[in-house]
Design a protein around this ligand. Structure first.
Ligand code: COA
Length: 143
């Protein structure tokens, strides 16, 4: 992900989340070299941004901090393909544990993560706002 991607990224972000990140958050991720790894998913022919995934690495721990696919492109296997490839990259980078938070009501994302071996490790009460909701903490131990 670079600055030139951000208008497309913001469009997807606003379509994907009820309480979207601000532009400045994505700018911060791009600037946070060495800790944040922001990637865009780009159409192979049109080069259009179709989604993105951001993870943070601190030692052997990785946190997936943002992940979305454009609503028009969902349920075609793109999210699974990207998550699978990213987990491979994380493993190569020495990750032992991958965690993320997801809204309790986000059944599609929870199903996707479970298929990739994430377990539900706990909840964070009222973690999200607009609307207020608990987060489910999901955790995967790399084998
Ligand atoms: C989560 C997300 C990135 C998945 O991307 P995607 O490209 O649609 O994912 P896939 O097509 O690979 O679907 C993978 C699996 O997820 C589950 N899934 C995806 N959408 C679903 C839905 N609407 N209902 C139920 N399960 C769903 C299914 O298990 C699906 O497999 P299947 O299609 O074989 O049944 C996408 O739905 C998205 O952007 N959601 C909004 C943002 C978001 O919630 N991000 C995650 C925050 S933690």
């Amino acid at each position: 992900m670079n600055r030139g991607d951000l208008s497309a990224v913001m469009e997807i972000e606003k379509k994907s989340f009820s309480n979207p990140w601000h532009l400045s958050s994505f700018e911060g991720e791009i600037a946070n070299d060495g800790i944040s790894f922001p990637f865009v998913i780009v159409h192979p022919e049109t080069r259009k941004v179709m989604g993105y995934i951001i993870f943070w690495q601190i030692g052997e721990e990785i946190q997936i901090s943002n992940f979305a696919v454009h609503p028009d492109q969902r349920r075609k296997g793109m999210g699974s393909s990207v998550l699978g490839r990213m987990l491979g990259i994380m493993k190569q980078r020495g990750a032992r544990i991958v965690t993320l938070e997801v809204r309790e009501s986000n059944n599609s994302a929870r199903a996707l993560y479970r298929r990739f071996g994430f377990e539900e490790a706990g909840t964070r009460k009222d973690y999200y706002s607009r609307p207020q909701e608990d987060a489910v903490v999901m955790l995967k131990r790399m084998k």
